[in-house]
Design a protein around this ligand. Structure first.
Ligand SMILES: [Zn+2]
Length: 102
C-alpha cells in the first residue's frame, strides 16, 4: 500500500479512486482517524487519502491524477434535464455521455 495523495474532500477522493480503479489501478480511499478526540487533531489528519495497492503503478496513477486535477470544471445540463457536476462525463440519471449532447 502506498499513499498517493490527500484529497480536499471525500467526494474528490472517491472520484479519483474510482477513476484510477477504472483504469486498472488498485486504488482505495482511506481516512485517517487517529486516536483521540477530533478536536485534538490537526485538520489535515481527517482528510481522505487515496492509496494504491501496488507501488509500481504509482507513476501511472500520478499521471492520471495530474490530468484529473487539471480538468476544467465540468458542469453541464444533460438532455434529460439533469445538472451534472463534479467532473463526471456521464449523466447519473439517464446514462447519456456529455459528448453526446448538442
Ligand atoms: Zn441525463
Amino acid at each position: 500500500m502506498l499513499k498517493l495523495i490527500q484529497a480536499p474532500n471525500l467526494f474528490l477522493a472517491i472520484l479519483w479512486a474510482d477513476t484510477l480503479t477504472a483504469d486498472g489501478i488498485d486504488a482505495s480511499v482511506q481516512r485517517q482517524y487517529l486516536g483521540g478526540a477530533a478536536g485534538e487533531l490537526p485538520p489535515d489528519q481527517c482528510l481522505p487519502e487515496v492509496w494504491i495497492q501496488h507501488a509500481n503503478q504509482e507513476p501511472r496513477a500520478r499521471d492520471l491524477l495530474h490530468h484529473l486535477q487539471h480538468l476544467p470544471q465540468h458542469k453541464w445540463f444533460c438532455r434529460c434535464g439533469e445538472l451534472v457536476e463534479g467532473g463526471f462525463e456521464q449523466c447519473w440519471s439517464c446514462g447519456a455521455l456529455m459528448s453526446g449532447q448538442a
